[in-house]
Each structure stands twice: as structure tokens, then as C-alpha cells.
Write a protein that binds this ligand. Structure first.
Ligand code: FES
Ligand SMILES: [Fe+2]
Length: 323
């Protein structure tokens, strides 16, 4: 069992003896004990306080204190359970707002075309001390690279130059269409040949960067998960079909961590100013992706409230910036 805080809700994840993953609210409905303090026998979670038992669907299956004359059916007692799905080595949870009727769910993000690499070769998880919106804006921000990610193995500040990238709407988000990535990145050169990259973003906070050189594929999936109002979890998964890259996974992991740490340290510093000033300036075109994120989020909320289908506000365009 694994307990996690998500959207300010304690959640307990488990996998039953049939291999099925479940997620329950990590609070016993009897007297508020975290269920994660109890035990799990592969089928049921037992609360450590009075031994009430719950199955993976959250239904109570046993109340040991009952004698039979009380007329209580344990099956009527439920702990909230969340829909979960497992895909490509990741576990996805859907935590709906019980007050909002969801008519269309964002589909599970799929890492395309990773022939044979069904699980990520590398997984790096980091917590940023900020609201999810700042984490997403930072993740989709093309202009901070030369200032934040200056490393000999990535790029130098002097390599800044003008870029023009084609974008289009995609499912619940937008995509930087397949293009040749910047020649100023040393890491790309390691892939051999001239790579082509496509970067997509989709609600609620998933970025997929797919880079291909001939039959070599490296795909980064970054998932931004709100822990609460002031904390966000960044999960970075790297999928690849390149043998040597898998072999060197522990070393690549160090670089991935270093890269994420650069983002984290800038977010930590930014919090120092956001305490006093919440208003942000989002300029064209460098901040257009952050603007699209806000527009997508607002449109999703409006579509739910008005009980209608989601209408993607992003239009096909070319964005230009220097980085
Ligand atoms: S608090 Fe869980 S069984 Fe009583
Ligand atoms: Fe960054």
C-alpha cells in the first residue's frame, strides 16, 4: 500500500492479489483513522483501530464488533474510491469534484511509438513548493532555458537565437508540431543523426516530448500533479528503445534530476516574490503557451458548468521567440 496526498486529499493506493490497482480515500469512515495505518492481505484493507475491513471498491465487508442484533449492514458503509487506470508503467487516478458533473474526461495520455519500451527506463519525482499553475507555466515556458538550464551538456547562455515553431490544437491541449529541434542542444547530438521532435501538452498537466532519429526514439512524459494549493509533484518519465540509454539509465537519471532541480530552484526563488505580487504578465509569443494553458483550463471548467462539450480555444499558428 502507498499513501499520498493529492488535491489536498489523503489517498491510499494498493494492488490486490489479482494485480488490480485501487485507490481509496485514506480515512476510515468510522472514526477517521488513516487506513494506511492498518494492514492489507491482498484483498481487503483492515483499519488498525477497530478492525473494520474494506475491499478495493471501498465497500465495508466486516465490522468485528457487531453481534448480529444491531441491524447494521456493513455493505452500506463505504469509503470513497477513485477510478484508477494503469498504463505504460504509470498509475493514473481521476479525482472528480463530486459537485461537478463531468461529461467528458480527458483521455489517458499515451506515449506514442515506443516500440517495445512499455515501461519507462527512468522515473524521477520531485516536489515544487508552488501552485500547479506556476509549475505548468514553467514547464511550457520556452524562454527560461538560456537563463535557468545553462549546463555544458545542454546549452550555454550565448546560444540564444530566434526560433519559429508551428503549433496546433490537439486533444485537450496543443502541440508543437513535428520539427527539427534546436541545434544548440548537446544532448540531442548524442542521439546521432538529425532528430525530429513533437511536443504536446494536455490538461490537466501532461507534457509529452517525442524525439525520433531514424528508429531511435526517446520520449519524455512529464506529469504535473497538484498535492495542495502550495505544493506540486512533478513526475518525469523517460521511455526509450535505445539499448545504451537504458543501460546508462542511472547516469541519465542524475542529469534529469539536475535539470529538474534547476527548474525547482527558480520556482523556490519566484515564491519569494509571489508572496507580495500575484499579478503575472504573459507576453506574446514567448508566454503564449502559458496563456493557452489558462484558456484551456477556463474552457474546461466552463464546458463542465454549462454541460456542453469542450471547445479547444487554441488555433493553428506559428510562435516566435528568442531562446
Ligand atoms: S476508526 Fe477505523 S475501524 Fe474504527
Ligand atoms: Fe525548465
Amino acid at each position: 500500500m502507498l499513501d499520498k496526498l493529492l488535491l489536498d486529499e489523503p489517498v491510499l493506493f494498493g494492488r490486490d492479489d489479482q494485480g488490480k490497482v485501487f485507490a481509496l480515500r485514506d480515512i476510515c469512515p468510522h472514526r477517521g483513522m488513516p487506513l494506511s495505518c492498518g494492514s492489507f492481505d491482498g484483498r481487503e484493507v483492515e483499519c488498525c483501530y477497530h478492525g473494520w475491513r474494506f475491499n478495493g471498491e471501498g465497500a465495508c465487508t466486516a465490522i468485528p464488533a457487531l453481534t448480529g442484533h444491531e441491524n447494521i449492514d456493513p455493505g452500506n458503509i463505504k469509503v470513497r474510491s477513485y477510478p484508477v487506470r494503469e498504463s505504460q508503467g504509470g498509475i493514473w487516478i481521476f479525482m472528480e469534484d463530486p459537485k461537478v458533473k463531468v461529461i467528458e474526461l480527458p483521455p489517458l495520455p499515451v506515449v506514442p511509438d515506443i516500440g517495445g519500451a512499455e515501461k519507462p527506463a527512468i522515473c524521477e519525482v520531485m516536489h515544487f513548493p508552488c501552485h500547479i499553475d506556476h509549475a505548468v507555466a514553467g514547464l511550457m515556458d520556452p524562454a527560461h532555458g538560456p537563463f535557468v538550464h545553462t549546463s555544458w551538456w545542454w546549452r550555454s547562455r550565448g546560444s540564444i537565437h530566434e526560433k519559429a515553431k508551428p503549433f496546433g490544437p490537439s486533444h485537450f491541449g496543443f502541440t508543437m508540431l513535428r520539427h527539427r529541434p534546436s541545434s544548440n542542444s548537446f544532448a540531442y547530438k548524442l542521439l546521432g543523426g538529425v532528430p525530429e521532435t513533437e511536443i504536446s501538452f494536455q490538461l490537466p498537466g501532461v507534457r509529452i516530448e517525442h524525439t525520433r532519429t531514424g528508429k531511435n526514439v526517446v520520449c519524455n512524459l512529464t506529469c504535473v500533479t497538484p498535492i495542495n494549493e502550495n505544493e506540486t509533484e512533478i513526475t518525469h518519465l523517460i521511455y526509450t528503445n535505445i539499448g545504451w540509454l537504458k543501460l546508462f539509465a542511472p547516469i541519465v537519471k542524475i542529469f534529469a534530476r539536475r535539470f529538474l532541480n534547476q527548474d525547482k530552484s527558480v520556482v523556490v526563488k519566484q515564491q519569494g516574490g509571489l508572496k507580495y505580487e500575484q499579478n503575472l504578465m504573459l507576453i506574446r509569443d514567448a508566454d503564449t503557451q502559458a496563456r493557452w494553458y489558462m484558456q484551456l483550463k477556463n474552457e474546461f471548467a466552463r464546458a463542465q458548468a454549462e454541460d456542453r462539450a469542450f471547445n479547444n480555444p487554441v488555433k493553428e499558428t506559428v510562435l516566435r521567440w528568442r531562446s
